[in-house]
Design a protein around this ligand. Structure first.
Ligand code: PLP
Length: 421
């Protein structure tokens, strides 16, 4: 397999873009492949190599790349213009749809990224409660804004840089951390800081160090302790929203938070973010209230048109049943392979998310850090050589789309078996 064109482009790119990329996780060493195009389950690089893709742009492309129905919806919108700076019926329709599917959301605002969604959700929770502190889970990733870049997952963990330079301590002093699946630690932190505790934000399934799943009644217990202490509970469903079920992890696990953030799938692969919640909290947002939030690209018509279309397809074709069954099958076949090869690895995941952990089954961030991440990276390159593109890190989740055929899955399982040997 030749990657000569990618290598040459990388040499130029790194003089122009830090690390040669526009976002850190893409910086595979010694150099990433640069993409020429993608269609269905496949992604093609500029050297002409084609891979079955389980990265899927880190989650948004649940119907695969360049899905024809979404493409047509975007084209139809482009014909009418793609940015107005005025409200549209599209955003009202998408808001209505989301509200009907997420019982935690009475009202919402559209933004352009998941980062903006969690930043604004935390601001709203603080504005609403008049309190400053919030709890995040160690290893939880909520985007790249100052207050949440403490023990953050995703690229920050992959690169071994859980914290960032350039963030004054004052900006993170109200960010308190507890391990995932540890209700005692969470309860203690909330009770100790009750006078100034605004919110708890968490990924119901930790997708940026995993997936790491909630154990037993953890999510229900989190709901109980936040309710008892008047703390706003925010589910960051940027990955899990529309992935686990139409109503996200909150539908899947039957736990309703006070606020929810969405992104990725809800824009059909176009840039989007959403934060929503109880009416009394969201009405605090400007111009109806005094919590300021604004954006030139918020409610971008092409993103909203793509979002309405993806939801329509997911709903009409009842996609989750089959997709989640494929995930179950994939995890069980991978577990058999791991067992047959006598490996001390663990297959984890839920719905259409999966991963092999090169180590014991993790319950939290500290467990995850113990896995063999260098070994995983070697395995990643072998898979690439076999024509399978997994996210290039032990800490990023693999996703399945409706575009993955049986043939793709069988080819992928054979590649796992051959490369794990
Ligand atoms: N929240 C979660 C759970 C995420 O996984 C991500 C991104 O991966 C974000 C927030 C940030 O979203 P974005 O990259 O669109 O800013």
């Amino acid at each position: 397999m030749s990657l000569d064109k990618s290598r040459d482009l990388y040499n130029k790119a790194r003089t122009l873009l830090p690390g040669g990329v526009s976002s850190p996780v893409r910086a595979i060493k010694p150099y990433p492949f640069y993409t020429e195009s993608a269609n269905g389950s496949k992604i093609k690089d500029i050297d002409g190599n084609e891979y079955i893709d389980y990265c899927l742009a880190y989650g948004p492309n649940i119907l695969g790349h360049a899905n024809p129905t979404i493409k047509q919806a975007i084209i139809n919108q482009l014909e009418k213009g793609w940015l107005y700076g005025t409200p549209t019926d599209l955003e009202v329709n998408l808001a209505e749809k989301i509200v009907s599917l997420y019982p935690s959301i009475d009202m919402l605002r559209f933004v352009s990224t998941g980062t903006e969604a969690t930043m604004s959700a935390l601001r709203a929770a603080r504005g609403f409660t008049g309190k400053n502190k919030f709890v995040k889970i160690e290893g939880g990733f909520h985007g790249a804004h100052d207050a949440v870049l403490v023990k953050a997952g995703s690229g920050a963990t992959t690169l071994g840089k859980p914290d960032s330079l350039g963030i004054p301590e004052d900006f993170t002093k109200n960010t308190l951390q507890v391990p995932f699946n540890d209700i005692e630690a969470l309860t203690q932190v909330i009770e100790k800081n009750q006078d100034d505790m605004a919110a708890v934000i968490l990924e119901p399934v930790m997708g940026n160090i995993g997936p790491v799943l909630p154990e037993g009644d953890f999510l229900k217990d989190v709901r109980k302790v936040t309710e008892e202490n008047d703390v706003v509970l925010i589910f960051d469903e940027v990955i899990t929203g529309f992935r686990l079920a139409m109503g996200g992890a909150q539908e899947y696990f039957g736990v309703t938070p006070d606020m929810t953030t969405l992104g990725k799938i809800v824009g059909g692969g176009m840039p989007i973010g959403v934060f929503g919640g109880k009416k009394e909290i969201i009405e605090m947002i400007a111009p109806s209230g005094s919590v300021y939030q604004a954006g030139t690209f918020s409610g971008s018509p092409a993103s909203v048109a793509a979002g309405l279309t993806v939801i329509d397809v997911l709903e009409k074709e009842e996609v989750h049943k089959n997709l989640n069954a494929t995930g179950d099958m994939m995890r069980s076949r991978l577990s058999e392979i791991v067992a047959d090869l006598n490996l001390d690895y663990n297959v984890v995941g839920i719905a259409s998310m999966f991963k092999i952990f090169f180590g014991d089954k993790p319950l939290n961030y500290q467990d995850v850090l113990k896995c063999d991440k260098e070994g995983y990276l070697k395995f990643f390159f072998k898979m690439l050589d076999s024509g399978v593109f997994l996210p290039p890190s032990q800490f990023e989740t693999n996703f399945i789309s409706t575009a993955h055929s049986e043939e793709d899955i069988e080819k992928t399982l054979s590649a796992y078996e051959a490369n794990l040997k």
